[in-house]
Design a binder for this molecule. Structure first.
Ligand SMILES: [Zn+2]
Length: 344
């Protein structure tokens, strides 16, 4: 079944956020944020794929995010571009194979190039070749579809979409919307999505930057405007009307963060819990938004609760909380009732 056939039938869960997850675990550096881990410690990437799959991700996304030519240039390792991309795709495919009975989809990923500049035509050509080479490698690997994401220019998204459609692949086009609720070329989220839908994107929506509430606010408008499937993949952080995106966000309960910006490595106190992410997933379902996921900050417990919230039964549901047997809160008859009167 293709992605679109699956979306016609109901929700598809897509876990992302590999870059942040690997940074937290100590396998890549915040700042440059290059996924060198797929070459240096591939088993760690495989394990995170497994955790997300067990938690209910229907999609195994190859960890090629920010493994593009520009990022490798910044760290002086452009020669690693092809092996990095190829390895990431292979790791994702192998993880999906380990769970053959789940019929998972594998997707390729292209993202913000960070060089797109409407005033410098040479960057358009560079973007085009960066997208084309990545899409080609993903196609060679036999992916089910490609996600183009975290892009905040409509015209950059057009270049990515063209590259995907040249190879006749299914395209999921997800914008990241900055403060002010407009793309950097001045379109509302719903206008941007409509333009890209009309140009042939199969799924349009939002990922990254915003937490579930600030993402949902814009998703509703997108849903009203377009007729194709819609995607929503927020970051699991409590962004607000005052600070809708997590790139510039304050942790008002902490005064020891260097520079004062909680992004990217001091976001811990702004974390959404699993229930908040489950609520987002349920809201998506109510709004007929079927491509449901989670971006930077994701952990498996979020994904599991989101999957359960939309009616699925992920493998790790087996280990959902069961407080009946908790030493203090439990009511199970097998528990010894020692010091139950104490409130800790
Ligand atoms: Zn993200």
């Amino acid at each position: 079944m293709t992605l679109l056939e699956r979306l016609d039938k109901g929700p598809v869960i897509c876990a992302e956020g590999y870059l942040f997850a690997m940074e937290r675990r100590g396998y890549l550096s915040a700042g440059a944020f290059v996924p060198e881990v797929v070459l240096e410690n591939p088993e760690v990437v495989s394990q995170l794929h497994r955790e997300f799959i067990r938690a209910g991700s229907d999609v195994v996304q190859a960890f090629t995010y920010y493994g593009h030519r520009e990022k490798l240039r910044i760290i002086g390792k452009e020669h690693l571009l092809k092996p990095l991309q190829k390895n990431a795709l292979e790791i994702a495919k192998n993880a999906a194979k380990e769970f053959a009975e789940l019929n998972l989809m594998v997707c390729g990923d292209v993202a913000n190039t960070n060089i797109y500049d409407p005033n410098d035509k040479s960057t358009l050509k560079q973007c085009q070749s960066m997208y084309e080479e990545q899409v080609r490698w993903a196609k060679e690997a036999g992916v089910d579809f490609i996600v183009a994401e975290t892009i905040n220019w409509v015209d950059e998204m057009k270049i990515a979409l063209n590259a995907i459609k040249q190879e006749n692949l299914i395209a999921v086009s997800n914008f990241a919307i900055p403060r002010g609720d407009l793309t950097r070329d001045g379109y509302t989220a719903e206008e941007a999505c409509k333009i890209i839908e009309d140009l042939g994107a199969d799924v349009v929506g939002l990922n990254c930057y915003r937490g579930p509430k600030m993402t949902m606010k814009l998703l509703k408008k997108i849903r009203e405007k377009v007729s194709c499937h819609v995607a929503g993949l927020p970051v699991p952080y409590r962004t607000t009307e005052e600070e809708p995106g997590f790139l510039n966000i304050t942790d008002h309960n902490c005064d020891c963060i260097p520079g004062g910006n909680a992004f990217p490595v001091a976001l811990d106190n702004l974390y959404c819990n699993r229930y908040e992410m489950a609520e987002f997933a349920k809201n998506c379902l109510d709004q007929n938004i079927n491509f449901i996921g989670i971006c930077c900050g994701a952990e498996a417990h979020h994904v599991r609760e989101m999957s359960i919230a939309v009616g699925k039964k992920p493998i790790s549901m087996k280990y959902s909380p069961d407080m009946k047997k908790h030493f203090h809160h439990g009511v199970d008859s097998s528990l010894k009732r020692v010091n139950k009167e104490i409130t800790y």
